[in-house]
Write a protein that binds this ligand. Structure first.
Ligand SMILES: Cc1cc2nc3c(=O)[nH]c(=O)nc-3n(C[C@H](O)[C@H](O)[C@H](O)COP(=O)(O)OP(=O)(O)OC[C@H]3O[C@@H](n4cnc5c(N)ncnc54)[C@H](O)[C@@H]3O)c2cc1C
Ligand SMILES: NC(=O)c1ccc[n+]([C@@H]2O[C@H](COP(=O)([O-])OP(=O)(O)OC[C@H]3O[C@@H](n4cnc5c(N)ncnc54)[C@H](OP(=O)(O)O)[C@@H]3O)[C@@H](O)[C@H]2O)c1
Length: 487
């Protein structure tokens, strides 16, 4: 719920609007993931008169680089050094612990700043919409990833890894591979990463030995990339099973592989893994089963443990169409027993009040980052001064670097609009920017976390990590994070 501004805040803002003599270009970016930081970096470089503030709902910056990228991928996290350099620019401020939609509204931000760029990612999940989806033991991959990465919203997830030996991962993208790898990788190899300590403890005690990676289409269409596939196939002492019949290709598959090198490489890796398969797992060996041409039809409830998942009913599929082939059900069903299900079929963005939103695509409708207006009374096609970047702009696909090009495009649009005099000019109205924002937040008793306070968290996590041979020991609860930030 948006809190109402008090009279004092309103009076303060009126003073800000009228008394500023110099007119910096005030820019607010919402979200401190790659899209937010690349946007800030490009804006600071392109506009020497710009002051850029990033607000994020967490006390910790860097979005999915901290809470998505797997703990055993430390090289991917090096980009945070570049983002930290941006944060030390004199014309930049990080304002953490501020949520767009509850601490501050979009219309308030647009009043405070000349330019608002929304880069708040995709923090919800696609759903199957099939019976049994809310049984316990079923989690979205997003929640599971947040749990093992110490995101404070999922520190209490406590997935049960002890009551079953079988997990089913639905989806075959890189996130599905990440979660399957974390379940299967020898825990000793995770012990020296920045994995959350509670997740490491749970994985030590895990009884999960078999992971099924289920895709509704075939091995040619598996959404993962070759490097990530090679990594999971290379896990030490892992039995891998792929049905040979699933590797048969059709002319349409061959066409797909001809036009897409990644698809061919993925198919070749899977074929090679199938051909080097042994006759069966050795006792106690961990197993990874690739299951193709199967789509979930319903989740099956356990007879022994009411309300808990005991399996997934899958419908066999065939592919139809040319170009992008789609999976069509055949009416043949089979059940796959398991005690844990991780749904990894994609993330989904959520709208905030006053923001045009395409619910079907799950993105903010935009042209090269300019937000399309849905207000019939607007005289222009676009929402003046409002832009998007990253997953909120394109949908939940792409690696960290994809957001660099995405941010460049958005900043180019902003620069063009500034040149046209649409959003800012020498005699434009001064805007309160950060001072005005902080005044409102103060009035609402929102405790902000500046970058220097994040650095306290960072130092403490590194200190705790050094005691146990990890690069950092993440603080996992809101209380702990805020306590250290405010210390
Ligand atoms: C599990 C997973 C693993 C990945 N691994 C890799 C990898 O190994 N290598 C690679 O290159 N790419 C990887 N990616 C892709 C990469 O993480 C994304 O491309 C990138 O993070 C998207 O950037 P973004 O800035 O749009 O969103 P995000 O990184 O999600 O950042 C969004 C930010 O907005 C904040 N926010 C959300 N809502 C609000 C609000 N209402 N108010 C204020 N702030 C808000 C969030 O706290 C967050 O900090 C991975 C993605 C996932 C999901
Ligand atoms: N190491 C890395 O570089 C890394 C790591 C993690 C993530 N990422 C990136 O982050 C992005 C997001 O990854 P992601 O894995 O969440 O998404 P993704 O790559 O889009 O994969 C989604 C998977 O879910 C399946 N799916 C979607 N809807 C479905 C439905 N209704 N029923 C059954 N299956 C369904 C898709 O199958 P269909 O193909 O049939 O739709 C696909 O297998 C990707 O761009 C990824 O490359 C990168």
């Amino acid at each position: 719920m948006i809190l109402r501004s008090s009279c004092t805040a309103k009076m303060f803002l009126r003073r800000c609007y009228s008394s500023f003599s110099s007119h910096p270009l005030r820019v607010c970016v919402v979200g401190s993931g790659p899209a937010g930081f690349y946007t800030a970096e490009k804006m600071l470089k392109a506009h020497q008169n710009a002051e850029v503030d990033i607000v994020d709902r967490l006390p910790t910056p860097f979005g999915l680089v901290r809470s998505g990228v797997a703990p055993d991928h430390p090289e991917t996290k090096i980009v945070t050094n570049q983002f930290s350099r941006v944060a030390h620019n004199d014309r930049f401020s990080y304002i953490g612990n501020v949520t767009l939609g509850s601490s501050i509204s979009l219309s308030e931000l647009r009043d405070l700043y000349h330019v608002v760029v929304l880069a708040y990612g995709a923090e919800s999940d696609r759903a199957f919409g099939i019976p049994g989806e809310d049984l316990s033991g079923i989690h979205s991959a997003r929640e599971f990833v947040w749990w093992y990465n110490g995101h404070p919203d999922c520190s209490n997830l406590a997935p049960d890894l002890k009551s079953t030996d079988t997990a089913v991962v639905l989806g075959q993208g890189n996130v599905a591979l990440d979660v399957a790898r974390l379940l299967l990788r020898p825990t000793t190899e995770l012990a020296t990463t920045d994995i959350a300590s509670s997740a490491l403890d749970a994985l030590y005690e895990s009884s999960i030995r078999k992971v099924y990676l289920v895709g509704r289409r075939g091995p040619v269409q598996a959404a993962c990339t070759a490097k990530e596939l090679r990594e999971i196939l290379g896990i030490k002492d892992l039995y891998i099973h792929i049905q040979n019949v699933d590797l048969l290709t059709t002319p349409a598959d061959e066409e797909e592989m001809k036009s897409n090198r990644i698809r061919r490489r993925v198919y070749e890796l899977l074929s090679k893994a199938a051909s080097s398969e042994t006759s069966g797992p050795s006792p106690g060996q961990r197993e990874l089963h690739f299951v193709f041409y199967r789509k979930p039809d319903k989740f099956v409830e356990s007879n022994e443990k009411s309300g808990h998942v005991a399996g997934v009913q899958l419908e066999k599929t065939v592919l139809r169409g040319t170009g992008i082939q789609t999976a069509v059900g055949t009416g043949q069903f089979e059940e796959l027993g398991c005690g844990l299900v991780l749904k990894s079929i994609g993330y989904k963005s959520v709208p905030v009040d006053g923001l045009p939103f395409d619910h079907h695509k799950g993105i903010v409708p935009n042209v090269m980052g300019r937000v399309l207006s849905n207000n019939p009374e607007e005289t222009t096609q676009f929402e003046r001064g409002l832009y998007v970047s990253g997953w909120l702009k394109r949908g939940p696909t792409g690696i960290v670097a994809t957001n660099l090009y995405c941010a460049e495009e958005t900043v180019a649009s902003i620069t063009e609009d500034i040149k046209k005099g649409d959003i800012f000019s020498a005699n434009a109205l001064a805007k309160p920017g950060k001072d005005g924002l902080i005044h409102i937040l103060d009035d609402r008793n929102v405790k902000i976390v500046p970058f220097s306070s994040w650095e306290k968290i960072d130092n403490e996590e590194k200190r705790l990590g050094s005691l146990v041979g990890k690069p950092r020991e993440k603080l996992q609860s809101w209380n702990e994070l805020l306590r250290v930030a405010m210390s």
